[in-house]
Structures are given as C-alpha cells and as structure tokens.
Write a protein that binds this ligand. Structure first.
Ligand SMILES: Cc1ncc(COP(=O)(O)O)c(C=O)c1O
Length: 402
C-alpha cells in the first residue's frame, strides 16, 4: 500500500503523461525549436524549486540518487565523516558509504529525529556534514542543527525524502540546509513510482549536482558540450514521463498536506481523549510536519509490545527497514582502513525509544515502517472514529495487563 499521492491519481496525471507520449519526447533533452517538446522535467524542476523556495533543482531518478548527488556536489568523499541518525531509511546511511565517506550514527530524541546534542558530541576533525532526516514527515530540530553546523563549519544536507512539502519555522524543508534531497517513490507524499530531486540555492552546488547526475555536463546542456565538463558524473536523469506525472502530483501537494493534517488531528484527539495509561505522542518539532503518520510512545517496552500485538502491528524496533540494528549489510561495512564503525546496539537511547514506539498510518500505509494499522488519506470521519475506537479498546486492555 502506498503514500497519499498515489491514492489521488486521476486525469491530471494521465493527461500530463499523455502529452509526453503524444510528443514522442521521452528524454529530458529534446529539440528546443520543436513545439511538440514540452520540457516536463525542466518545468517540474522550476515548479518544485519555486514551491519550496530555493533557487535551483535537479530532478533525478530516486531519493537515493538525490542523496548521493547532493553529497558529491558538496565534495564529500573518502576521509570525511557525516553525521546521520540511526533511525532512518537505509539509503541515508548507504549514500554516505557510496561516496566513500564514513557515516557516524547519532541518537534520536522523542521526535524520532536526530538528537542535536548527541550529534555535537560526535563531531571530530574529520566531520564535514550533518544529514538531518525529517523522519516520518516530522521536521528535524533545524534550529539546533543549523546552529551546530555554523559553529563547526559543517555542511547541512537535509534528507527530505519522507517529508516532501513540510516546513519548519515557516520555511519549506529542503530550503534550510545547503542541499535538500527528496524522494518520489511510491510511499512518499507525492510520487512517480520512483524519482528524486536535489534542491539548493547555491549556484555552484547546483552546477556540481547537475554535473554529477549527467556525466559532468553543465546545467541544461544542449547536446554533448565537449570542453565544458568539470567533474566526472554518472547518469541519474529523470525522464519526461516521470516529470509529467510529478507536475500533476505537485499541484496537489498542499491540498494533500492539509487533508493529512486534518485527519491526523481527528485521530490524535480521539486517542488523546481516552487517556490511555502510559501512552504519549512523539514530539513534533513544527506544525509544518507532513502528518503522514501518527507515532505513539509507551512508558515501557512491555506496554508497547502488548499494544502492537493487540493491533496486529509491530514496535518500531522490529519494524524492519529503518532501524540501524536491522541493517546487516550496513553493520558489516568496512571503511578504507578496514574498520567497521557501526555496531549493533551502539545507540542505547535510540534503541530504548524505538522499543517503546508504534507508528499508526495516516497517509503513508507501509508495513515496512511499522504502519500496518491506522487510516488513509481517503478515510472518512466514521473510518477515523472506528480506527480510534478500536485502538483505544484493544490498547487499553493490553496495556492494563502487561
Ligand atoms: C529517509 C529516506 N531517505 C532516503 C530514501 C531513498 O529514497 P528512494 O527510495 O527514492 O531511493 C528514502 C526512501 O524510502 C527515505 O525514506
């Protein structure tokens, strides 16, 4: 089951894609003089940059590519360390490894995002960047992270993959750091099956990100521009079909977020009113969060396990993809010197919080993130009431007897 944008696909997306099929131009590059060529990827880049308030955007083929491309643009590579939270999708960590740098895992706090105080303690002479992850749609504590970055001259690359359209302090996520990396895979706020984007307001970073995503070429190349390529890149280009689909999804973004916030507020207030012993809600760092999920936390692990069992779901500790302890290939990774910097259970505060937390779906319905129970963006007021009622009943009992 997918993210909210996937529930709302209609003629807007179909017509955009049909435009591309009728034009015959499937690549982002076409004949400028030919009116049939509609430049969907280029237009999507401009529209997305304007939406989030940055100067430049490079559309790519996945969020993983966006992170790698962003790190490459920042010049991060062998010998460098990047701070990243231990609760995130594997790609945040593997992107750092992929560019040859070393991920340094930080604790999370009760917002399920990076604990900036722990991050500060892990800064060494080799630290070059911080990668806050706006996890489950909740903005990371960007005031603290930006202060830390400024104090230690570190770059900030925001992993916005799970928080497309969210904001912090009135600014859209992805516009607060040096680089923002986005995903449009099927589970995200808006999607094109797969896709991603690098956002920045720095012209040099834009040039480098564009170059890395397209064999080193300068932005918006016309053909093969021999003599103008300053770095070695790869091919991470988005095609016109994805760009077209995403233009339609982007037009729906703000309405999607508004609907999610309303539905989440209704679900949360009914659960809160029941005053279940030991149950609290995760800390939300800004009302501009995406409201894709409602995360609840229990006083004890036993309570959380009992509640998860009663709901037919899992605690975050056991939810699969997003917990460093469950990433065997990442834990086995060795740096150039043959050292394994990551170890199971190396983040006791994170392990404790995850063992006491459960995700309820609001807009992202994804067993991989532990959100097997909850509502969707299409849920009616009655559906929301029924979900809340069921949760209150089964969880109250489970918690009482645990
Ligand atoms: C936090 C986070 N970072 C990075 C990614 C990678 O995005 P993609 O699957 O588009 O490569 C994801 C996707 O699930 C994610 O949730």
């Amino acid at each position: 089951m997918p993210g909210p944008g996937a529930f709302l696909v209609d003629d807007e997306e179909r017509n955009e894609v049909l435009d591309v099929l009728q034009s015959g131009y499937l690549s982002r590059y076409g004949e400028d003089g030919d009116k049939a060529f509609q430049q969907k990827v280029y237009l999507f880049e401009r529209e997305f940059a304007e939406k989030i308030g940055v100067g430049h955007a490079v559309a790519v083929n996945s969020g993983t590519s966006a992170l790698i491309c962003g790190l490459k643009a920042l010049g991060i590579g062998p010998g460098d360390e990047v701070l990243v939270p231990g609760y995130t999708f594997i790609a945040s960590i593997s992107a750092i490894m992929e560019v040859g740098a070393t991920p340094v895992l930080t604790e999370i706090d009760h917002s399920l995002t990076m604990d900036a105080r722990d991050a500060e303690q892990k800064i060494t002479g080799k630290t070059r960047a911080i990668m806050p992850v706006h996890m489950l749609g909740n903005p990371a504590d960007m005031d603290a992270i930006r202060t830390l970055a400024a104090r230690h001259s570190l770059a900030v690359i925001e992993d916005c993959c799970q928080a497309v359209g969210g904001s912090y302090g009135g600014r859209r996520l992805g516009s607060l750091g040096d680089i923002g990396a986005f995903s449009f895979n099927i589970f995200k706020v808006i999607n094109s099956g797969d896709g991603g984007l690098v956002a920045t307001s720095d012209p040099t970073l834009y040039e480098r990100a564009f170059g890395y995503h397209d064999q080193g070429h300068m932005p918006l190349r016309k053909g093969v521009e021999i003599g103008k390529r300053s770095l070695v890149g790869v091919n991470m280009r988005m095609n016109e079909l994805s760009g077209a689909f995403l233009r339609a999804q982007l037009r729906k973004l703000d309405a999607i977020l508004q609907r999610l916030r309303e539905k989440k507020a209704a679900l949360k207030s009914e659960i809160a009113a029941a005053r279940i012993d030991g149950l609290s809600f995760r800390k939300i760092n800004d009302a501009g969060e995406c409201a894709t999920l409602l995360s609840v936390q229990f006083r004890t692990t036993a309570q959380a396990l009992a509640a998860a069992h009663a709901l037919g779901t899992r605690t975050l500790e056991k939810s699969g993809w997003h917990v460093y302890n469950n990433m065997e290939q990442v834990l086995a990774w060795k740096d150039a010197a043959g050292r394994s910097p990551l170890r199971r259970n190396m983040l006791p505060a994170t392990d404790d919080i995850l063992s006491r937390s459960i995700n309820l779906s609001v807009g992202v319905v994804d067993g991989g993130i532990g959100a097997d129970f909850g509502i969707t963006i299409l849920s009616s007021a009655d559906d929301i009431h029924r979900a809340a009622e069921k949760l209150v009943n089964v969880v109250k009992d489970a918690v009482r007897t645990s």
